[in-house]
Design a protein. Sequence first.
Length: 246
Amino acid sequence: MKLVCLFLSLVFSIPSLAATSKNVSYKSGDDTVQGILYTPEGKGPFPALVVIHEWWGLNDWVKEQAAKLADEGYVALAIDLYRGKVATTPDEAHEIMRGVPEDRAARDLHAAVEFLKSQPNVKPDRVGSIGWGMGGGYSLDVALQEPTLAAAVINYGHLAADAASLNKINASVLGIFGGQDRGIPVDDVKKFEQALKQQGKKVEIVIYPDAGHAFENPNNKTGYRAADAADAWKHTTSFLAGTLKK
Protein backbone atom coordinates (compact mmCIF):
# COMPACT_ATOMS: atom_id res chain seq x y z
CA MET A 1 0.00 0.00 0.00
CA LYS A 2 2.85 2.35 0.87
CA LEU A 3 4.43 1.70 -2.54
CA VAL A 4 1.14 2.54 -4.28
CA CYS A 5 0.80 5.77 -2.34
CA LEU A 6 4.41 6.69 -3.12
CA PHE A 7 3.84 6.02 -6.84
CA LEU A 8 0.70 8.12 -6.90
CA SER A 9 2.41 10.99 -5.11
CA LEU A 10 5.23 10.92 -7.65
CA VAL A 11 2.80 10.85 -10.59
CA PHE A 12 0.73 13.75 -9.35
CA SER A 13 3.78 15.81 -8.39
CA ILE A 14 5.06 15.81 -11.99
CA PRO A 15 4.63 19.38 -13.33
CA SER A 16 2.13 19.87 -16.13
CA LEU A 17 3.56 20.24 -19.60
CA ALA A 18 0.48 22.05 -20.85
CA ALA A 19 0.92 25.32 -22.69
CA THR A 20 0.13 28.64 -21.08
CA SER A 21 -2.11 31.25 -22.67
CA LYS A 22 -2.66 34.97 -22.36
CA ASN A 23 -4.69 37.64 -24.12
CA VAL A 24 -2.54 39.94 -26.23
CA SER A 25 -3.07 43.00 -28.39
CA TYR A 26 -1.01 44.34 -31.26
CA LYS A 27 -1.19 47.14 -33.78
CA SER A 28 -2.64 46.61 -37.24
CA GLY A 29 -2.32 49.94 -39.02
CA ASP A 30 -4.28 52.39 -36.89
CA ASP A 31 -6.22 49.58 -35.21
CA THR A 32 -5.38 47.62 -32.10
CA VAL A 33 -6.47 44.01 -32.50
CA GLN A 34 -6.79 41.21 -29.97
CA GLY A 35 -5.62 37.62 -29.94
CA ILE A 36 -4.67 34.79 -27.63
CA LEU A 37 -1.04 33.73 -27.39
CA TYR A 38 -0.32 30.12 -26.44
CA THR A 39 3.23 29.37 -25.33
CA PRO A 40 4.93 26.00 -24.80
CA GLU A 41 6.72 25.13 -21.58
CA GLY A 42 10.41 25.94 -21.63
CA LYS A 43 12.66 28.82 -22.58
CA GLY A 44 12.66 28.52 -26.34
CA PRO A 45 13.18 30.04 -28.76
CA PHE A 46 10.34 28.23 -30.49
CA PRO A 47 8.88 28.10 -34.00
CA ALA A 48 5.56 29.91 -34.22
CA LEU A 49 2.19 29.80 -35.96
CA VAL A 50 -0.54 32.25 -36.85
CA VAL A 51 -3.74 30.28 -36.12
CA ILE A 52 -6.70 31.47 -38.20
CA HIS A 53 -10.31 30.73 -37.30
CA GLU A 54 -13.18 29.42 -39.42
CA TRP A 55 -16.08 31.64 -40.44
CA TRP A 56 -17.53 31.19 -36.93
CA GLY A 57 -14.88 33.44 -35.39
CA LEU A 58 -12.43 32.87 -32.55
CA ASN A 59 -14.46 30.24 -30.72
CA ASP A 60 -13.54 27.48 -28.28
CA TRP A 61 -12.68 24.93 -30.97
CA VAL A 62 -10.06 27.16 -32.58
CA LYS A 63 -8.63 28.01 -29.17
CA GLU A 64 -8.34 24.28 -28.52
CA GLN A 65 -6.40 23.80 -31.78
CA ALA A 66 -4.02 26.60 -30.84
CA ALA A 67 -3.45 25.06 -27.40
CA LYS A 68 -2.76 21.67 -29.00
CA LEU A 69 -0.24 23.25 -31.35
CA ALA A 70 1.50 24.92 -28.41
CA ASP A 71 1.68 21.52 -26.71
CA GLU A 72 3.50 20.37 -29.87
CA GLY A 73 6.16 23.02 -29.30
CA TYR A 74 4.93 26.10 -31.21
CA VAL A 75 4.13 29.58 -30.02
CA ALA A 76 0.59 29.83 -31.39
CA LEU A 77 -1.19 33.14 -31.91
CA ALA A 78 -4.94 32.62 -32.31
CA ILE A 79 -6.01 35.78 -34.08
CA ASP A 80 -9.43 37.43 -34.16
CA LEU A 81 -10.35 38.80 -37.58
CA TYR A 82 -13.89 39.54 -36.35
CA ARG A 83 -13.00 42.04 -33.63
CA GLY A 84 -14.70 40.04 -30.88
CA LYS A 85 -17.71 38.71 -32.77
CA VAL A 86 -18.45 34.98 -32.68
CA ALA A 87 -21.22 33.49 -34.83
CA THR A 88 -23.58 30.75 -33.65
CA THR A 89 -25.55 30.14 -36.86
CA PRO A 90 -24.45 29.75 -40.49
CA ASP A 91 -26.39 32.86 -41.52
CA GLU A 92 -24.69 34.91 -38.84
CA ALA A 93 -21.28 33.50 -39.78
CA HIS A 94 -21.86 34.32 -43.44
CA GLU A 95 -22.91 37.86 -42.59
CA ILE A 96 -19.91 38.55 -40.35
CA MET A 97 -17.47 37.00 -42.81
CA ARG A 98 -18.77 39.16 -45.67
CA GLY A 99 -18.34 42.22 -43.46
CA VAL A 100 -14.58 41.79 -43.08
CA PRO A 101 -12.79 44.19 -45.47
CA GLU A 102 -10.15 42.37 -47.52
CA ASP A 103 -7.54 45.04 -46.94
CA ARG A 104 -8.14 44.98 -43.18
CA ALA A 105 -7.80 41.19 -43.06
CA ALA A 106 -4.54 41.34 -45.02
CA ARG A 107 -3.24 44.01 -42.66
CA ASP A 108 -4.28 42.01 -39.57
CA LEU A 109 -2.56 38.89 -40.88
CA HIS A 110 0.65 40.76 -41.67
CA ALA A 111 0.57 42.35 -38.22
CA ALA A 112 0.15 38.92 -36.64
CA VAL A 113 3.25 37.61 -38.41
CA GLU A 114 5.24 40.67 -37.35
CA PHE A 115 3.98 40.34 -33.77
CA LEU A 116 5.22 36.76 -33.58
CA LYS A 117 8.58 37.65 -35.10
CA SER A 118 9.02 40.34 -32.43
CA GLN A 119 8.62 37.91 -29.53
CA PRO A 120 11.92 37.10 -27.79
CA ASN A 121 10.99 33.40 -27.47
CA VAL A 122 10.17 32.98 -31.20
CA LYS A 123 12.50 31.99 -34.02
CA PRO A 124 11.70 34.72 -36.57
CA ASP A 125 12.68 32.55 -39.53
CA ARG A 126 10.41 29.69 -38.41
CA VAL A 127 6.96 31.27 -38.55
CA GLY A 128 4.05 29.54 -40.28
CA SER A 129 0.29 29.80 -40.65
CA ILE A 130 -2.62 27.39 -40.28
CA GLY A 131 -6.35 27.79 -40.74
CA TRP A 132 -9.60 25.97 -41.41
CA GLY A 133 -12.32 26.82 -43.92
CA MET A 134 -12.28 30.59 -44.24
CA GLY A 135 -9.10 30.53 -42.18
CA GLY A 136 -7.58 27.97 -44.52
CA GLY A 137 -8.01 30.40 -47.36
CA TYR A 138 -6.44 33.14 -45.27
CA SER A 139 -3.53 30.80 -44.50
CA LEU A 140 -2.86 30.69 -48.23
CA ASP A 141 -3.17 34.46 -48.36
CA VAL A 142 -0.49 34.76 -45.67
CA ALA A 143 1.83 32.61 -47.79
CA LEU A 144 1.10 34.82 -50.81
CA GLN A 145 1.82 38.09 -49.01
CA GLU A 146 4.63 37.08 -46.62
CA PRO A 147 7.80 36.08 -48.49
CA THR A 148 9.52 34.99 -45.27
CA LEU A 149 6.76 32.61 -44.17
CA ALA A 150 8.21 29.13 -43.68
CA ALA A 151 5.08 26.96 -43.77
CA ALA A 152 1.36 27.21 -44.52
CA VAL A 153 -1.34 24.66 -43.69
CA ILE A 154 -4.57 25.05 -45.68
CA ASN A 155 -7.48 23.05 -44.31
CA TYR A 156 -10.21 23.15 -46.98
CA GLY A 157 -9.71 26.83 -47.75
CA HIS A 158 -10.07 28.79 -50.98
CA LEU A 159 -7.33 28.31 -53.56
CA ALA A 160 -5.43 30.19 -56.22
CA ALA A 161 -3.99 28.65 -59.39
CA ASP A 162 -2.59 31.51 -61.44
CA ALA A 163 1.15 31.34 -61.86
CA ALA A 164 1.80 34.99 -61.10
CA SER A 165 0.22 34.71 -57.65
CA LEU A 166 1.71 31.35 -56.72
CA ASN A 167 5.18 32.47 -57.73
CA LYS A 168 5.17 34.70 -54.64
CA ILE A 169 5.03 31.70 -52.30
CA ASN A 170 8.25 30.69 -50.58
CA ALA A 171 6.61 28.69 -47.79
CA SER A 172 6.19 24.93 -47.83
CA VAL A 173 2.49 24.17 -48.27
CA LEU A 174 0.28 21.42 -46.83
CA GLY A 175 -3.26 21.27 -48.21
CA ILE A 176 -5.92 19.09 -46.57
CA PHE A 177 -9.24 18.65 -48.39
CA GLY A 178 -12.39 16.58 -48.53
CA GLY A 179 -13.22 14.73 -51.74
CA GLN A 180 -16.92 15.51 -51.25
CA ASP A 181 -16.45 19.25 -50.61
CA ARG A 182 -18.87 20.91 -53.03
CA GLY A 183 -17.27 24.31 -52.59
CA ILE A 184 -13.73 23.19 -53.39
CA PRO A 185 -13.82 20.55 -56.16
CA VAL A 186 -11.06 17.95 -56.29
CA ASP A 187 -10.15 19.12 -59.79
CA ASP A 188 -9.39 22.58 -58.41
CA VAL A 189 -7.24 21.08 -55.67
CA LYS A 190 -5.26 19.06 -58.21
CA LYS A 191 -4.77 22.13 -60.42
CA PHE A 192 -3.49 24.03 -57.39
CA GLU A 193 -1.04 21.24 -56.58
CA GLN A 194 0.15 20.97 -60.17
CA ALA A 195 0.63 24.72 -60.50
CA LEU A 196 2.77 24.83 -57.36
CA LYS A 197 4.87 21.86 -58.45
CA GLN A 198 5.44 23.36 -61.89
CA GLN A 199 7.01 26.35 -60.15
CA GLY A 200 9.20 24.16 -57.98
CA LYS A 201 7.33 24.91 -54.78
CA LYS A 202 7.24 22.48 -51.88
CA VAL A 203 3.67 21.20 -51.60
CA GLU A 204 1.90 18.22 -50.05
CA ILE A 205 -1.80 17.62 -50.74
CA VAL A 206 -3.99 15.16 -48.83
CA ILE A 207 -7.54 14.43 -50.03
CA TYR A 208 -9.96 12.37 -47.94
CA PRO A 209 -12.30 10.82 -50.55
CA ASP A 210 -15.42 10.46 -48.38
CA ALA A 211 -15.09 13.71 -46.42
CA GLY A 212 -16.89 16.97 -47.09
CA HIS A 213 -16.19 20.51 -45.95
CA ALA A 214 -15.19 21.15 -42.31
CA PHE A 215 -14.79 17.44 -41.59
CA GLU A 216 -12.17 18.09 -38.89
CA ASN A 217 -14.51 19.96 -36.54
CA PRO A 218 -16.69 17.77 -34.25
CA ASN A 219 -19.19 20.63 -33.99
CA ASN A 220 -20.05 19.86 -37.62
CA LYS A 221 -22.58 17.23 -36.55
CA THR A 222 -23.38 15.93 -40.03
CA GLY A 223 -19.94 16.17 -41.61
CA TYR A 224 -17.41 15.39 -38.89
CA ARG A 225 -15.25 12.36 -39.65
CA ALA A 226 -13.25 11.36 -36.60
CA ALA A 227 -10.82 8.99 -38.31
CA ASP A 228 -10.07 11.40 -41.14
CA ALA A 229 -9.69 14.27 -38.65
CA ALA A 230 -7.21 12.26 -36.59
CA ASP A 231 -5.22 11.37 -39.69
CA ALA A 232 -5.24 15.00 -40.84
CA TRP A 233 -3.83 16.05 -37.48
CA LYS A 234 -1.01 13.51 -37.87
CA HIS A 235 -0.21 14.92 -41.32
CA THR A 236 -0.28 18.44 -39.88
CA THR A 237 2.06 17.77 -36.96
CA SER A 238 4.45 15.80 -39.15
CA PHE A 239 4.53 18.52 -41.81
CA LEU A 240 5.05 21.31 -39.28
CA ALA A 241 7.80 19.42 -37.51
CA GLY A 242 9.56 18.85 -40.82
CA THR A 243 9.36 22.49 -41.90
CA LEU A 244 9.47 24.57 -38.72
CA LYS A 245 11.56 22.47 -36.32
CA LYS A 246 14.45 21.61 -38.61
